[in-house]
Design a binder for this molecule. Structure first.
Ligand SMILES: NC(=O)c1ccc[n+]([C@@H]2O[C@H](COP(=O)([O-])OP(=O)(O)OC[C@H]3O[C@@H](n4cnc5c(N)ncnc54)[C@H](OP(=O)(O)O)[C@@H]3O)[C@@H](O)[C@H]2O)c1
Length: 238
């Protein structure tokens, strides 16, 4: 049985990913802080879900991950999906700190461990739910867009590193546009995907070993327009 660990599988995109992999016969290690949500997931797929409840910003997060890997007797794929983001119009330090603790510090600790774990094992696949927001700075949520840029740039580095080492470790940087979850804020939302559709496309991209994917696929166009838009236009709208 193939084994995937999903960090942040209690709700939204992560929960749908957990359900997709469990339904496809994988053994799924599901994590998150909300024990009751993990429990209901376990009840849905009792033979395919193993849970570990922890906060990615806590000191013990790696100990929890290692314990989960042990309970599952290995891992083939790890998806870092935990994320936090909110509008920080007044540049609220608490919001900014939670964003960086979750999306940068929690992320790098788990991804660094997992890349080295896969190196030792000789194979493996890493994916992370970054965002199209990683493309440029945002005046509404500067810490969020910067934290997602960190994730995507780090993943590009790992992708190149793995290629240069001729290793069998694959990396997939997932950049969603809008997905219909409580995390998606703003009144100017468009091309909003359901979490189910997003999960379907993420699973397919991982299966195809794509190093970067936009969710849904047409968000590729938005990402490229944002990236190459001249500053004098972008700075008026962002
Ligand atoms: N929705 C969108 O439009 C959109 C667009 C682009 C990118 N994304 C990214 O997609 C990912 C999933 O978000 P979502 O939209 O599905 O929202 P969501 O339903 O709020 O899911 C967020 C997940 O992250 C987990 N999480 C948050 N803080 C955590 C912490 N400190 N420790 C452990 N787990 C934590 C949550 O679990 P617990 O609360 O149980 O801990 C939950 O499982 C995020 O990384 C987000 O940035 C979303």
């Amino acid at each position: 049985m193939k084994k995937v660990i999903i960090i942040g599988a209690t709700s939204g995109i992560g929960r749908e990913l957990a359900k997709s992999y469990a339904a496809a016969g994988w053994l799924v290690g599901a994590t998150g802080r909300r024990q009751d949500y993990l429990y209901t997931l376990l009840l849905e797929y009792p033979n395919h879900i193993i849970t570990e409840c922890f906060d990615v910003t806590a000191n013990e997060s790696l100990t929890h991950l290692q314990s989960l890997v042990k309970k599952m007797d290995g891992m083939d794929l790890l998806i870092y999906n935990s994320g936090f983001g909110d509008n920080s119009e007044t540049l609220d330090w608490k919001l900014d700190k939670t964003t960086v603790d979750t999306n940068v510090n929690g992320f790098i600790e788990i991804i660094n461990f997992s890349f080295n774990y896969f190196l030792e094992q000789g194979y493996g696949h890493l994916a992370a739910t970054s965002s199209v927001a990683s493309q440029r700075g945002s005046s509404l949520a500067p810490a969020y867009s910067a934290s997602k840029a960190f994730q995507s740039v780090y993943f590009e580095g790992l992708h190149i590193k793995s290629k240069k080492m001729k290793s069998s470790i694959y990396v997939t940087d997932v950049q969603p546009g809008f997905v219909d979850t409580p995390l998606a804020k703003g009144s100017r939302r468009f091309w909003v995907s359901s979490p189910q559709k997003a999960a379907e496309q993420i699973v397919e991209a991982i299966e195809k070993k794509k190093w970067r994917v936009y969710i849904t696929q047409r968000w590729w166009l938005v990402a490229k327009v944002i990236k190459w838009m001249p500053d004098f236009i972008y700075h008026r709208i962002a």
